[in-house]
Design a binder for this molecule. Structure first.
Ligand SMILES: Cc1cc2nc3c(=O)[nH]c(=O)nc-3n(C[C@H](O)[C@H](O)[C@H](O)COP(=O)(O)O)c2cc1C
Length: 184
């Protein structure tokens, strides 16, 4: 479907999630968007690669929505990268399946933005940790969209979280409009 977005939600403890759940609830009914909740689908980490690829092929864009864990994405999303975005399919000879699709990363951190600075607990600006995800998308020929990070996910007020969730929803709506235009 033209303009369709695949939201890949990767939260290992959705029942205990505050931020991720609010973000997901804000976007799950975006027209032309579909959600795949990886930890719900694959609690045993046995990813159905063909099903994931079919979902990805059917979409014009992908949104990776996850908490920020150990300076990267949670393990099952990392495994999804390894298994789904494999050689010969997503990159390398004949690997053109996701070329041209747009990719948006939406993540939440426990720490506030001020903790992401030299001399602070996370040592570097958050931007220093994003390139590995960005380059995963770019390596596969995807069009990288400016990512969204919601800092201080445990501490921000409900109102601020709701504002950020509305922002994420708006970004995904824009993504569906952009990819529809890409198709035209
Ligand atoms: C295994 C693990 C690793 C984490 N690593 C980080 C980290 O590197 N940086 C950070 O700011 N927060 C880190 N956190 C905190 C999570 O990012 C935070 O709990 C999450 O974004 C909150 O969202 P939620 O309410 O949807 O669970 C980590 C949490 C866990 C459980």
């Amino acid at each position: 479907m033209s303009g369709s977005a695949l939201i890949v939600f990767a939260h290992p403890y959705p029942d205990r999630s505050r931020a991720g759940r609010v973000l997901l609830d804000a976007v799950r009914d975006v027209p032309r968007a579909s959600v795949r909740s990886l930890y719900g689908l694959y609690p045993d980490f046995a990813i159905d690669v063909e099903a994931e690829r079919a979902a990805l092929l059917a979409a014009q864009s992908v949104v990776w929505l996850c908490p920020f864990y150990w300076y990267g994405v949670p393990a099952l999303l990392h495994l999804w990268f390894e298994k789904v975005l494999a050689h010969g399919w997503a990159y390398g000879e004949g690997g053109t399946a996701v070329r041209g699709k747009r990719a948006l990363w939406v993540t939440t951190t426990g720490a506030p933005e001020t903790a992401y600075a030299p001399g602070q607990v996370h040592g570097r600006p958050f931007e220093a940790y994003a390139p590995a995800v960005e380059q995963t998308a770019r390596f596969c020929g995807m069009r990288w969209e400016p990512y969204v990070v919601v800092h201080g996910a445990h501490r921000i007020s409900d109102a601020t979280l709701a504002e950020r969730a509305a922002e994420v929803r708006a970004r995904i709506l824009t993504l569906t409009a952009l990819t529809e235009a890409d198709d035209a």
